[in-house]
Design a binder for this molecule. Structure first.
Ligand SMILES: Cc1cc2nc3c(=O)[nH]c(=O)nc-3n(C[C@H](O)[C@H](O)[C@H](O)COP(=O)(O)OP(=O)(O)OC[C@H]3O[C@@H](n4cnc5c(N)ncnc54)[C@H](O)[C@@H]3O)c2cc1C
Ligand code: FES
Length: 274
């Protein structure tokens, strides 16, 4: 794990209140794998005091193919993300990472279906590129693992859909859903998934009720399903226990797991939903 002060190379709007910040951070970019995250903190301030967790959107390569930077895509929801939106190219952010574990192994299926809600699409771009063999991460050579990758992406309204072009450019088959019907199918993304019918392994990220609904669909179909949790975190490195999730144990009970070090991706069938 590295702790660096990283210059902002680029900061652009992708959608309503949604931005992509590009950080020059070669050591983290060379080591991080899809599913892992970084903690970002605004330097020179104690408000907010703590960093906040953000998924790897993708790494940035130089002309020789060497990872030199990181992209993070974020939605403005509160204090830190509100201030982050005011950061400019040439400013710096404190970065800790890579943190957490990569996505769980999905094997080599014909198709992997990624199911995202809200800002839950962010961990999936690098994962899709890895699954399709377009990119290797953490020093690995590219290796094709899935025949195809679909993204089912649900948003409240069209203006919040962020990064759709990035996914299409990466060769992902994208299908949208929106609560108000302003883009894609009207309704929840899990309804869109159910309407499209049984598919292979499922990977979810988004609000907990969506992930719980996804876990039920997966159980009904009898297909593997992992979900990446967006639990609020204080330390990000396993010390404070502010990020726990309930996970089933072999004796029929449950125990707490720390999302920051044991996740953020968990087998959906192992989680005890609240
Ligand atoms: C592993 C991981 C990866 C993440 N990746 C991304 C990402 O790629 N892009 C992105 O935009 N966000 C991501 N998040 C969520 C992000 O960390 C929060 O949005 C951020 O911490 C909000 O900070 P803030 O100071 O702006 O909001 P705060 O001022 O701390 O909170 C504002 C409001 O948001 C609520 N809130 C804060 N964090 C969360 C949360 N995690 N879940 C639900 N409600 C929350 C608070 O209860 C409060 O109502 C991720 C979270 C985790 C754990
Ligand atoms: S955030 Fe501190 S233990 Fe997970």
């Amino acid at each position: 794990m590295f702790h660096r002060t990283a210059p902002v190379a680029e900061h652009v709007a992708l959608a309503d209140r949604t931005f992509r910040v590009r950080l020059r951070c070669p050591e983290v970019a060379a080591a991080i794998r899809p599913g892992q995250f970084v903690m970002l903190r605004l330097p020179g301030t104690t408000d907010p005091l703590l960093g906040r967790p953000f998924a790897l959107y993708d790494t940035v390569l130089d002309d020789a193919g060497t990872p030199v930077g990181l992209d993070v895509v974020y939605l403005v929801v509160g204090k830190m993300t509100g201030r982050l939106a005011g950061v400019k190219s040439g400013d710096a952010l404190e970065v800790w990472g890579p943190l957490g574990r990569p996505f769980l192994d999905v094997g080599t299926p014909d198709r992997v279906t990624l199911v995202a809600g809200g800002i839950g699409q962010t961990p999936f771009l690098a994962f899709a590129r890895e699954l399709l063999g377009a990119r290797g991460y953490g020093g690995d050579a590219p290796r094709k693992r899935a025949g195809s990758v679909s993204l089912l992406y649900g948003v409240r309204t069209a203006a919040l859909a962020a990064g759709v072009d990035d996914f299409r450019a990466a060769g992902v088959d994208v299908h949208l859903a929106s609560d108000d019907g302003s883009v894609g199918a009207k309704g929840y993304v899990t309804q869109l998934l159910a309407a499209r019918g049984k598919t292979g392994p499922l990977v979810g990220c988004g609000p907990e009720p969506m992930l719980h609904a996804l876990a039920k669909v997966a159980r009904g179909w009898g297909v593997p399903c992992q979900v990446s949790l967006e639990t609020p975190m204080a330390c990000g490195v396993g010390v404070c226990f502010s990020c726990v999730a309930k996970v089933a144990t072999a004796d029929g009970g449950w125990d707490y797991k720390r999302v920051c070090v044991d996740g953020p991706a968990f087998d959906a069938g192992q989680l005890v939903w609240g």
